[in-house]
Design a binder for this molecule. Structure first.
Ligand SMILES: Cc1ncc(COP(=O)(O)O)c(C=O)c1O
Length: 393
């Protein structure tokens, strides 16, 4: 019996919660079970809530900057959880990882330059490239025997032929759930190094890795791979504090760091969220046990999904997640028509998932489901899907 109760169903409605409170605005209805945007339906550990409450009771929330206690907390977390040494001076703060990606795109590339991504991938990668008038180059992941792999030949060819300036890596990968091996990372890193490509390694999901797998931080590849590197990390996914708007961006090279700092300033961003800072320090110093219990719970949710599909819906294929709490489901054996799939998921099963369409053009027959919620909710979702598919015949 663990110390934390992840089975508790907490009503999030009425908190302006993006996941639960915006059905009418975003879907034109409010009867869908929301399992879309990547946040969790779990409360922070009490120890962290107390620290936030104490900070709130002070009553003054003026301009705030990180001090040594934040840097110590960050360094401690990366050392304990990932075996990685980080230097205090590497860190810059932004309100979000996506914000930092946009910053890097503007700071390190020029209009019209090529930026490489690996679709299907978290859709803001593409958006930030396009919104900043850069060219998206896609090294599509290969879907082989139900698992995703990197097409290294295509990666290298595109880097060279398209004169790629920046690669935005998703590690672990949202939505396909891969935790890239050291060998895979190194092969990509070598190509980037040989061709002077900057790398933005988005490691926001690094703390969610399942049994049998290990997240390799890009930092582990060695000093020679740090010259053109930006790492995006954040307590926002790990501890569900995206609404507190604080992330840790790590940039080992001073020239790259200065370029990103300047771009941040040009956008008018300077200080971080006071409550976000308190929450981050607290979570990174007191949150280990909570996370150690949460990961097996999430793994239990994945196990439920696997068993349920095998037994009841064998035509829906689970792409085995090695990490992240986002589960990628392949419906291509159920239908070849994205419109039929949409009707099935939304109108019949009454589920609010993220359609595979948004992660890149060729995955319209996939759906991404967020399983970071109490087991009973996951069970409910799959019962609704089962019922809808039974009716469908
Ligand atoms: C890969 C990835 N990067 C970034 C983000 C969002 O980061 P932020 O809210 O800090 O911009 C997400 C959220 O789902 C994500 O999956």
């Amino acid at each position: 019996m663990g110390q934390y109760n992840f089975d508790e169903i907490i009503d999030r409605r009425g908190t302006s919660c993006l996941k639960h409170d915006f059905g009418m605005e975003r879907k034109g209805r409010d009867d869908l079970l929301p399992m879309w945007v990547a946040d969790m339906d779990f409360r922070l550990p009490e120890e962290v809530i107390w620290d936030i409450q104490e900070r709130v009771s002070h009553g003054i929330f003026g301009y705030t900057d990180p001090k040594q206690d934040y840097r110590d907390a960050l360094r401690g977390w990366f050392k304990r959880r990932h075996g990685v040494e980080i230097m205090d001076e590497w860190n810059i703060i932004t309100p979000g990882v996506v914000y930092a990606i946009a910053t890097a795109v503007r700071a390190l590339t020029s209009e019209g330059d090529s930026v490489l991504i690996q679709q299907p991938v978290y859709y803001p990668f593409r958006e930030e490239i396009e919104l900043n008038n850069r060219k998206v180059v896609n090294n599509r992941l290969l879907y082989k025997n139900g698992r995703y792999e990197i097409d290294f030949d295509d990666f290298e060819r595109k880097v060279r032929e398209e004169h790629v300036k920046l690669f935005i890596l998703c590690s672990p990968h949202n939505p396909v759930g891969r935790v890239w091996s050291r060998d895979e990372l190194k092969r990509m890193a070598d190509i980037c190094r040989e061709n002077d490509v900057y790398v933005f390694a988005d490691e926001i999901h690094a703390d969610f890795v399942y049994e049998g797998f290990r997240h390799t931080s890009y930092l582990e590849l060695g000093d020679e791979y740090r010259e053109r590197l930006i790492i995006g990390t954040s307590p926002s996914k790990t501890f569900n504090i995206a609404g507190l708007q604080i992330v840790n961006i790590l940039i080992p090279n001073k020239r790259v760091r200065d370029a990103c700092r300047k771009e941040n300033r040009a956008a008018g961003y300077s200080q971080c969220s006071a409550i976000g800072l308190t929450a981050t320090i607290s979570a990174y110093t007191k949150g280990d046990r909570w996370l150690d219990e949460l990961i097996p719970y999430l793994e239990g949710n994945v196990n439920f999904v696997r068993a349920f599909l095998r037994e009841n819906l064998p035509k829906v294929h689970l792409v085995e997640p090695e990490g992240t709490y986002l589960v990628w489901l392949d419906f291509s054996e159920v239908t070849q028509d994205p419109a039929v799939l949409k009707r099935l998921i939304v109108d019949k099963a009454r589920l609010w998932l993220d359609s595979g369409r948004i992660f890149g053009g060729e995955t319209a027959l996939f759906e991404r489901i967020n399983i970071a919620c109490p087991r009973a909710v996951v069970e409910q979702a799959f019962e609704q899907l089962y019922e809808a598919m039974s009716k469908q015949g």
